[in-house]
Write a protein that binds this ligand. Structure first.
Ligand SMILES: [Zn+2]
Length: 275
């Protein structure tokens, strides 16, 4: 069984877009695509985890019921999509956890760091997740990329601690679910995410799942809300590189996701842990 996490954020949240926009223009739009995402999951009889940027719940509180009524799970993706290693964020994170706990009536037990920003300088986050009764984290990409990655991290789920980010520690309470990777021509590359689904040949993604299924490991896959519903995503003028990462083949993501949901079985982190 594989695991699907939807990073539910709006058009002004992705890190590569944040630097191009100013405060006054931020008005949520992608949020309106939730019904299309829920319809897709319903059609494919799939449960998923929604890692929600907390401020969207303040803007549209009924997101919580929409997600839970579909038998999906709600989890945390920070209040404003702040990198964990941003200056001084350590002092805000616990307040954010408590705020999100109130907004979600204590339902959130899982976390994903924006831009996979869990690393040596932000490992304190694991201690705070433990302290606030979180059960799991899915912020580790066990491969090297230009933007993020802990290439030495374990590929299978493990107990993570702030002093053991990459390997199982028996003292750990938080279960880490690393994102799916694949070995291609001797090199480990990420395959379990929306960007990879949009830019790599579909066969590579499919093979990743096949490998994990063969080894009895859950293939952990992430996709952004705005990749599934790009019509709500304004086209901001970005640099060539940022434009590629953000928008390349974005109109193909929904159909490819639908195909993946037909070929492989997915569930939420919560359901996976229950079984
Ligand atoms: Zn995100």
């Amino acid at each position: 069984m594989n695991i699907l996490g939807i990073d539910f954020e709006d058009w002004f949240h992705p890190e590569l877009i944040q630097k191009y926009i100013t405060n006054e223009k931020k008005h949520p739009q992608v949020i309106d695509g939730i019904h299309e995402i829920l319809d897709l999951l319903r059609k494919k009889e799939t449960n998923a985890t929604f890692f929600v940027v907390g401020e969207l719940l303040e803007f549209k509180p009924d997101l919580l019921d929409l997600i839970l009524d579909g038998n999906h799970e709600i989890a945390f993706h920070t209040m404003n999509h702040t990198r964990l290693d941003a200056p001084n964020f350590k002092n805000c994170f616990e307040n954010e956890l408590k705020k999100f706990d109130l907004l979600t009536e204590g339902k959130s037990k899982g976390f994903r760091a924006p831009s996979f920003s869990l690393n040596k300088t932000s490992s304190w986050a694991i201690d705070l997740l433990e302290k606030n009764n979180y059960v799991y984290d899915s912020s580790v990409m066990p491969a090297k990329t230009n933007l993020y990655g802990l290439p030495h991290a374990q590929k299978t789920p493990y107990k993570i601690t702030s002093t053991s980010l990459e390997n199982n520690s028996d003292n750990g309470k938080i279960i880490e679910f690393p994102i799916m990777v694949s070995k291609i021509l001797g090199k480990t590359i990420p395959v379990g995410g929306g960007f990879y689904l949009r830019t790599l040949p579909f066969k590579l993604i499919k093979n990743g799942f096949k490998q994990y299924e063969k080894n009895g490991i859950p293939g952990v896959f992430y996709i952004h809300s705005w990749e599934l519903t790009p019509k709500y995503m304004p086209k901001i003028k970005l640099s060539t590189k940022d434009n590629f990462i953000t928008y390349h083949n974005i109109d193909t993501a929904y159909d490819k996701m639908e195909k993946l949901l037909s070929l492989h079985e997915f569930t939420s982190f919560e359901n996976y842990l229950k079984n």
